[in-house]
Design a protein around this ligand. Structure first.
Ligand code: NAP
Length: 247
């Protein structure tokens, strides 16, 4: 069984991925930024069901936190086999002309720099060229990378475009290092992230634009993430998998 490190796993898609991975027998490092109570609930649910997990605080945008996060996971479980770069933020709906540079930097620091820092630490540990055992990385992008999120958050959409490009480039860079790197691009999923944009019920407002006429669940995204990490996807790298109900 694998050791999976999931960033932003205190709620939403990250928490669903942690619970599903643990249900498959994987050990899980549950990273969170500030909500310790929620992260502990995820860990308690896993351990209550006989699984193994630890909660580790850390801001993925802070290099020292990311280094400590990987050290904590390796200290507890002996190794890391898989990384899910899930932590991500968006901010209040607005047009680009109204966005502050602080906001742009917050969004890019978490969504892009954070994912690159975590990938860097994972590669140092997992690459067969560094004496590691290989492994898998799944980046959580967004369909926003394709749609652009006009009038809502083009900064967020652009950050996810960067994630798609990172996925493609790194997948080739590491193809002969025993590491597969793929991305999932969720559509509108029922989680708390939409409250950050100022519209907690956004999924219900836009769901009729989805060909399947409904929002997705965090578990439906988690299933795709864990498939990409599994041996069933052993010849898949550099793929961007849309989980969007057809959008
Ligand atoms: P969410 O419910 O808002 O959860 C976000 C998680 O990320 C929380 O666990 C949060 O921790 C953590 N986090 C935020 N900033 C962090 C940081 N700097 N360092 C470490 N952890 C951090 O979000 P979600 O909807 O599950 O989204 C997960 C991913 O899916 C994101 O990358 C998002 O862009 C992507 N996505 C979501 C949707 C959707 O419709 N929901 C669609 C497309 C893509 P705390 O609770 O401790 O703050």
């Amino acid at each position: 069984m694998s050791v999976v490190l999931i960033t932003g796993a205190s709620r939403g898609i990250g928490a669903a991925t942690a619970l599903l991975a643990a249900g498959n027998g994987d050990s899980v490092v549950v990273n969170y930024r500030s909500n310790e109570v929620a992260a502990r609930q995820v860990v308690d649910q896993i351990t209550h069901n006989g699984g193994a997990a630890i909660a580790v605080a850390g801001d993925v945008a802070v290099e020292a936190d990311v280094v400590r996060l990987f050290e904590a996971g390796i200290a507890r479980f002996g190794r890391i086999d898989a990384l899910v770069n899930n932590a991500g933020i968006l901010e209040q709906h607005m047009r680009l002309e109204d966005m502050s540079v602080d906001r742009m930097q917050r969004v890019f620091s978490t969504n892009v720099i954070g994912s690159m820092l975590c990938a860097r630490e994972a590669v140092k540990h997992m690459s067969t060229k560094n004496g590691g055992a290989g492994g898998g990385i799944v980046n959580v992008s967004s369909i926003a990378a394709r749609l652009g999120s006009p009038n809502e958050y083009v900064d967020y959409a652009a950050s996810k475009g960067a994630i798609d490009t990172l996925t493609k480039g790194l997948s080739i860079e590491l193809a002969d290092c025993g590491i597969r790197i793929n991305a999932v691009r969720p559509g509108v999923i029922y989680t708390d992230i939409h409250a950050s944009g100022g519209e907690p019920d956004r999924v219900d407002r836009v769901k009729d634009n989805v060909p399947m006429k409904r929002g997705g669940t965090a578990e439906e995204v988690a299933n795709a993430i864990l498939w990409l990490l599994s041996d069933d996807a052993s010849y898949t790298t550099g793929a961007l998998i849309d989980v969007t109900g057809g959008r």
